[in-house]
Design a protein around this ligand. Structure first.
Ligand code: GRF
Length: 202
């Protein structure tokens, strides 16, 4: 058996995308090992879920590590100590530091709940995204999985999937439908990366 790829997560909140990926690994649908979750938020449900599923779960933030450079260094060291191959952002609300970006160049993924480049960038997170989609009168929105660079939501796009906006949708109903697609698409894209169907740049 080839060694399974090791996944490290960064998450700030409820961690439902992380959980979908962990479950896919546990059931054998995804040939990977989730090993580590780091959160800037000590109360994140993602940390609790990670522990429950046997991942090392660490709170790391400016509160624990002081300045941004020390935090970046510590996060990079933690990923490397756990021999993480792919870093999966799953609702992580902070920018990624230059050290982690360079140690994991083209190996950090994010998911965004819209069809990027529409409705992405600074301030476009959570319900703000779905509110903006409805305010713009879009008939279609969706999900994007992309590589992470130093700016929010602007790295190379790996996959997108469309979700239609219904006339009676509000931000909550739309978010719920988009989230179901997120869970499926993130797992599928990871599967394609692991099988070689999607090739990441060197
Ligand atoms: C998701 O909508 C994801 O697209 C965005 O943040 C949200 C995280 O949700 N980046 P969860 O923590 O995975 O439940």
């Amino acid at each position: 058996m080839p060694e399974l790829k090791r996944l490290g997560f960064l998450a700030s909140g409820r961690g439902s995308n992380m959980l979908a990926i962990i479950r896919a690994c546990e059931s054998g649908r995804l040939p990977a090992s989730p090993v580590l979750v780091i959160s800037n938020n000590p109360d994140a449900r993602a940390l609790q879920l990670g522990s429950e599923h046997g991942l090392e779960a660490l709170h790391m933030s400016r509160r624990t590590h002081g300045d941004a450079a020390s935090l970046d260094q510590a996060m990079t060291a933690a990923m490397q100590a756990h021999q993480v191959d792919l870093v999966i952002l799953a609702g992580y609300m902070k920018k990624i530091g230059p050290q982690l970006l360079s140690a994991y160049a083209h190996r950090i993924l994010n998911i965004h709940p819209s069809l990027l480049p529409r409705h992405g960038g600074r301030g476009m997170y959570g319900m703000h995204v779905h509110e903006a989609v409805i305010a713009a009168g879009e008939t279609e929105t969706g999900v994007t999985v992309h590589l992470v660079n130093a700016e929010y939501d602007s790295g190379d796009i790996l996959a997108r999937r469309t979700v239609s906006v219904e006339a009676d949708d509000d931000a909550e109903s739309l978010a719920a439908r988009v989230l179901e697609v997120e869970h499926r698409l993130y797992t599928e894209v990871l599967g394609k990366i692991l099988s070689g169907e999607i090739t990441l740049p060197e």
